[in-house]
Design a protein around this ligand. Structure first.
Ligand code: GTR
Length: 401
């Protein structure tokens, strides 16, 4: 019997759909691969305690990602200041405050401004958790006037669930173009010749997300210990790297992040984005070392499950779209699965024993979430609802919906 009809029969007989399997048939041409062991030190010794992870292995893995994938940020000093440019305490029918803030970052004669749109609920007994969206889709998707409403940033729904909603444009931090690292955060902070491990644009955007968190830490209405960083696609890659670099983020949300994000790099099959293509189409996103792994992904000293592990024991949510073969939904799911051993070190139930859920379903551990939304590559309200539901659990709060 053909796999397809077999699945349909099973689905009818058991009530369990296996659409997920159907949607991502194993590509016969996909070479078998072996993942690097997340809990093995470079010395060959195994890590068996949370302390060993935090003190030794975590640092090793972080350095490997800096060296081979995202690059290392410079240590240049800069001045940072916050300026409220507009505030409306009675927005969304009196339910929320809108505050627009400029984060100005200056070094020598140069400067950079990250504009933040922030809404927080007016009625709350205690400081609220916040979501910071790294917006890679232009200003119309994060409209502070709310004349244009986009599911990419569903402020009204977030406020109704008692979350603060912040957003900034990735282009404010670093324009998304291959200009030889002249503008944005690179133009501001880089010194000397670029090296093979100098930071790329994803690392710059991640740095920008941390600057927004610097501001949120000053807002009494926000619980800065409960801040999530969220991004879609290139923004999703950025959200994961931001939380890896900055342990102040309590939750990282990767939506359809694909290659260089949650998807395992070693899964080389036709129809998904691979190192060759991403480093050619977007040469500025990663450090230049990453390109050298073109068609030799198996030689990477790390893989993306270890990026998820860098977020442990903090919370991580990964969402995929069923029609997004380019991002490799199964590869995104597997990186959460293969990070489970690190969560377990900390006594957390990850997704270790789960199966890829059927389309439309979600699976949870206590600090990890995965869902497979029907449809195309996008961040929509349905995804956000999954993330808020998970955040409600992680942040130990009842939904006020
Ligand atoms: C695509 C790219 C993906 C993803 C996407 C996006 O062109 O190949 O890696 O980042 O753009 O950001 O929408």
């Amino acid at each position: 019997m053909h796999l397809h009809s077999f699945c349909v029969v099973i689905a009818l007989a058991t009530g369990f759909a296996c659409y997920a399997e159907e949607a991502y048939p194993p590509d016969p041409a996909m070479p078998a691969y072996q993942l690097p062991e997340v809990l093995k030190l470079q010395s060959g010794k195994s890590v068996t305690t949370p302390e060993e992870w935090q003190k030794t292995r975590r640092g090793e893995v972080l350095e490997l990602f800096r060296t081979h994938v995202y690059g290392r940020m410079p240590v240049t000093r800069y001045e940072q200041s916050f300026h409220v440019t507009h505030e409306d305490k009675e927005t969304l029918g009196g339910k929320a405050t809108l505050r627009q803030v400029e984060i100005r970052i200056a070094r020598e004669s140069k400067s950079l401004t990250i504009r933040v749109n922030l809404f927080f609920p007016n009625k709350s007994d205690a400081p609220v958790p916040a979501f910071v969206l790294i917006c890679n889709r232009g200003a119309e998707n994060i409209d502070p006037t709310r004349e244009k409403k986009s599911e990419f940033w569903p402020v009204e729904e977030g406020i109704a669930r008692s979350y603060a909603m912040a957003a900034f444009l990735n282009a404010d931090v670093d324009p998304d173009k291959d200009d030889g690292f002249k503008d944005g955060a690179h133009g501001l902070l880089d010194e000397g010749e670029r090296q093979a491990d100098s930071w790329g644009t994803i690392a710059a955007w991640a740095w920008g997300a941390s600057r927004v968190l610097d501001y949120l830490q000053t807002v009494p209405q926000i619980d800065a210990k409960k801040v999530a960083v969220i991004g879609h696609s290139r923004g999703g890659k950025t959200a994961l790297w931001a939380a890896a670099e900055d342990q102040r983020f309590a939750l990282a949300v990767s939506n359809d992040s694909g290659c260089g994000g949650a998807a395992i790099s070693r899964r080389r099959f036709t129809g998904r984005e691979q190192v060759a293509r991403i480093t050619t189409a977007f040469p500025h996103w990663f450090c230049s070392n990453f390109k050298s792994y073109t068609d030799r992904e198996d030689e990477l000293p790390i893989d993306q499950h270890e990026l998820i592990a860098l977020i442990a024991p903090r919370a991580v949510a990964v969402g995929s779209s069923s029609e997004d073969r380019w991002a490799d939904p199964r590869g995104e799911y597997l990186s959460v699965i293969h990070a489970a051993s690190v969560y377990e070190l900390f006594g957390h139930k990850a997704l270790g024993k789960a199966d890829l859920p059927a389309i439309g379903n979600a699976i949870h551990g206590d600090q990890a979430h995965y869902h497979l939304r029907p449809g195309k590559h996008n961040l929509i309200l349905e995804d956000w609802k999954h993330y808020w539901d998970f955040a409600d659990r992680v942040f130990d709060r009842k939904s006020k919906e």
